[in-house]
Ligand binder design. Structure first.
Ligand code: C2E
Ligand code: MG
Ligand code: MG
Ligand code: MG
Length: 286
């Protein structure tokens, strides 16, 4: 009888709440092999200047194709990789792959790479970036690290030291997802940022919600006051783009300008080949 109860309890655990736990364990485990088994790839999303309308750089975004479960969103696997420490190996792979790719482009465009807190607090972070720049020959000024404020708050002094060192290499730093998480204006002043990226959630409702518009306007003004260019993420409609143009936001990124895709889709940009006719007209007008 006691044995039976035990089994029942065990079975409940396995089939009930256990599913989520097992699921996570499986992803934790499988992530450790993702780099070696070449299951990761990068897609690239263009970032454009608002006034002139041409591409100034690309953000590298990580994709994981799980051998049995297919595509898994970075929003799901990055936090797991951060918890297990797998992000160190993965983050190095991302840095090397993105820098090597950008170094092959004919056009001297920026490559933006997302970096997580775990990486920044790791002693090897700055030497890793330095080594990859040397290895790939990418000019440091073409590399931009995207960092969220949430990544910085755990230990502000330590984060500041790492960011100063990385900046000393000539690499640029963008504050990602500004306005979400633990946003603090003092971080903008204390840290050596080169760009502010307004989170896409504010852009989404910019034409329908007066508060979102007010916030975006304020962030653009803040950037201007601090001498930092502002990029709006998640731009999906012409109306949003028009608003950002009118507000003199510096750069835009989003499905309207281009979805994240394999770099081969953007060869006309990276190689500076003639653009499709309609785009050429737009560029000349601006
Ligand atoms: P993020 O860095 O803020 O990247 C922007 C996210 O918005 C990307 O999602 C992108 O695909 C998506 N996006 C771009 N344009 C639009 C749009 O017009 N509308 C909407 N609704 N979404 C848009 P993704 O690729 O799923 O990445 C999610 C997050 O995962 C990223 O947010 C970043 O925090 C993290 N991530 C992605 N790649 C890496 C990486 O290599 N390393 C690290 N540490 N984190 C990464
Ligand atoms: Mg980003
Ligand atoms: Mg973002
Ligand atoms: Mg984000």
């Amino acid at each position: 009888r006691a044995k039976g109860d035990g089994r029942a309890t065990y079975r409940f655990y396995e089939t009930g709440m256990g599913d989520a736990v097992r699921d996570r364990r499986m992803l934790e485990h499988d992530l450790r092999h993702a780099v070696a088994d070449e299951q990761l790839m990068l897609v690239y999303q263009p970032q454009e200047g608002v006034q002139h309308g041409s591409v100034v750089g690309f953000e590298a975004l990580l994709r994981w194709t799980h051998p049995t479960r297919g595509a898994i969103s970075p929003a799901i696997f990055i936090p797991i990789a951060e918890e297990t420490g797998a992000i160190l190996e993965i983050g190095t792979w991302v840095m090397r792959t993105a820098c090597a790719e950008a170094a092959t482009w004919k056009q001297p465009l920026t490559i933006a790479v997302n970096v997580s807190a775990v990486q920044i607090y790791h002693d090897d972070f700055v030497p890793m970036v330095h080594q990859i720049l040397l290895e790939t020959g990418l000019p440091p000024a073409r590399l931009e690290l995207e960092i969220t404020e949430t990544a910085l708050i755990r230990d502000l002094n330590r984060a500041l030291t790492a960011l100063r060192r990385v900046k000393a290499l000539g690499v640029r730093i963008a504050m990602d997802d500004f306005g979400t998480g633990y946003s603090s204006l003092s971080n903008l002043r204390a840290f050596p940022f080169d760009k502010i990226k307004i989170d896409g959630s504010f852009i989404k409702s910019v034409n329908s919600n007066g508060q979102a518009a007010t916030i975006v306007r304020a962030v653009v003004g803040l950037g201007r006051g601090l001498g930092l260019p502002v990029l709006a993420e998640g731009v999906e409609t012409e109306a949003e783009l028009q608003f950002l143009h009118d507000e003199k936001c510096d750069e835009v990124q989003g499905y309207l300008l281009g979805r994240p895709a394999p770099i081969e889709n953007f060869t006309h940009v990276t190689e500076g080949l003639p653009l499709p006719k309609s785009t050429v007209v737009d560029t000349k007008v601006a």
